[in-house]
Ligand binder design. Structure first.
Ligand SMILES: [Zn+2]
Length: 476
């Protein structure tokens, strides 16, 4: 006798809802092209699932023999019989022992998880694999999800690595909670929670109890904004929680882009200008940190002057948005500088410095890219690379090298007599930037001729126009 009463199941759920952990927590079972979300019951600290909903979903014929207190389910020629309050189930007349007994309460058959993995798997030929909080059935594909969190000064960064390209969005309507929705389901999280707590983040937990993938972050009310930066082909996401009062450098949109001056050896307009939208310039040093000095001159003032001039040239010639990490004489640490670039989804990051050599005749300059092996080898775990925040540069290392070489070529042509070798260095300011980035260290402040050249407006204009020429070549 079949019993197909959805109402009865609903009523039963209400009667024993006192045992449900979490008000509306569901338990998803993922199939290759479908999913079933059931309401679990926790009995004696074990998770139980409602049997009839599962066999109905699988369209398996069954017999609910109330008088005998048995339940029989069939699949093809196979037959499985279970008995109330017994952990012994019969599969084609063979006995299998489950770790927990079958229950029947308030007209509802409740089965432990291993009824699916040990019982249903055998009669249906569909393998049910249990992961904490969810079951994967058959050939369902579940990319891995790795989560990691770090405090970075006024920012808390949650790094997500998904084993497949996807999209991520954030809802932060509730001041004490951010919900990060991942547009891929199911996922197989390496851990359900992230063990991290700081001034901004209270807890981080993966939640797919309704069959969609999301991460719930309980925050303090100090969080002003949450921003997502995708990297590495949308498989890595940096989710940054920004503290209230964090200075975020914003610039009004660039004025009408002036027509690019006709350059004889290259197209007048960017062929694909839409790819390069935001450039972040980082004037080195600032505040108490003057950088290198010579009488009447300090690096921090020169780098700011050059960055402001470069901002104007980039905006007017390329029509891109240009942000400065600092637009005043203030101190900033390296992480805050690259965070400005990451948080504003910059496409290019240029840190500007002035060199200093003990040799007064030296006029060496350098274009720095991150040292390739900085941070050591990243060990693959479960076939996936996990990228700590400080290795953000690796997501675009090749593009950084490419840009460094272009810049080297342009500077060598434009400033004869000066050399611009491309060097590798473990620079903190570049290590966590997730876009192509270089540091340009120009001239020698200890060389009097160099110092006079560097403060000259004509030279600064030539320098910034040369950098714009190089940036212009970045877009294909
Ligand atoms: Zn410097």
């Amino acid at each position: 006798m079949k019993k197909l009463c959805l109402l009865a199941a609903l009523c039963a759920a209400l009667f024993i809802s006192g045992r449900v952990s979490g008000a509306d927590a569901g338990f998803p079972i993922y199939f290759e092209n479908a999913k079933l979300v059931v309401k679990p019951e926790i009995v004696n600290r074990s998770t139980y699932l409602p049997l009839i909903e599962i066999v109905q979903f699988l369209k398996l014929p069954y017999t609910d023999a109330l008088a005998l207190e048995t339940f029989t389910v069939r699949s093809g020629a196979s037959r499985l019989v279970l008995t109330r309050n017994s952990g012994l189930i019969s599969i084609n007349d063979q006995i299998v022992l489950l770790r927990n007994p079958i229950l029947r309460e308030n007209d509802r058959w409740l089965v432990p998880i291993d009824f699916l993995t040990q019982g249903l798997s055998r009669i249906t030929g569909t393998e049910f694999r249990y992961r904490s909080g969810r079951i994967f059935a058959g050939n369902v594909q579940a990319p891995e999800l790795a989560m990691n969190a770090q405090s970075l000064g006024s920012i808390t960064r949650l790094t997500l690595r998904v084993g497949a390209a996807t999209r991520v969005s954030v809802n932060h309507d509730d001041p004490k909670r951010a919900v990060i929705q991942i547009d891929k389901s199911p996922l197989d999280p390496l851990r359900e929670t992230v063990d991290h707590k700081d001034r901004l983040v209270r807890s981080v937990a993966y939640d797919d109890s309704d069959g969609t993938s999301r991460i719930v972050v309980e925050t303090t009310e100090d969080v002003a904004d949450v921003r997502v930066t995708p990297a590495e082909g949308n498989e890595i996401f940096f989710v940054d929680f920004l503290r209230k009062g964090t200075p975020v450098t914003t610039e009004p949109p660039a004025p009408e882009p002036a027509p690019a001056p006709a350059a004889p050896d290259r197209p007048a307009a960017l062929p694909n200008a839409s790819k390069l939208r935001v450039v972040v310039l980082d004037p080195g040093h600032g505040g108490l940190d003057s950088g290198t000095r010579s009488p009447g001159l300090s690096e921090k003032d020169l780098t700011l002057a050059i960055a402001r001039r470069l901002r104007g040239a980039l905006q007017s010639r390329l029509g891109v948005t240009v942000l400065l990490t600092r637009d005043a004489d203030v101190a900033m640490d390296s992480e805050a500088r690259s965070a400005v670039a990451n948080n504003n989804q910059a496409n290019l990051f240029i840190s500007i410095h002035i060199g200093y050599s003990a040799n007064k005749l030296d006029s060496g300059s350098s274009v720095f890219v991150m040292k390739e092996d900085f941070g050591g080898p990243v060990t693959p775990t479960s076939g996936h690379l996990f990228l700590p925040w400080y290795l953000g540069y690796r997501t675009s290392h090749q593009s950084s090298i490419q840009f460094a070489k272009i810049l080297q070529d342009e500077l060598t042509k434009a400033i004869p007599g000066w050399k611009f070798p491309v060097r590798n260095a473990p620079l903190g300011v570049l290590s966590s930037a997730t876009m192509p980035g270089i540091a340009l260290e120009i001239g020698n402040l200890n060389n009097n001729v160099n110092a006079q050249t560097l403060v000259d407006a004509g030279f600064q204009n030539r320098l910034v126009n040369t950098i714009v020429n190089a940036v212009q070549q970045l877009t294909p």
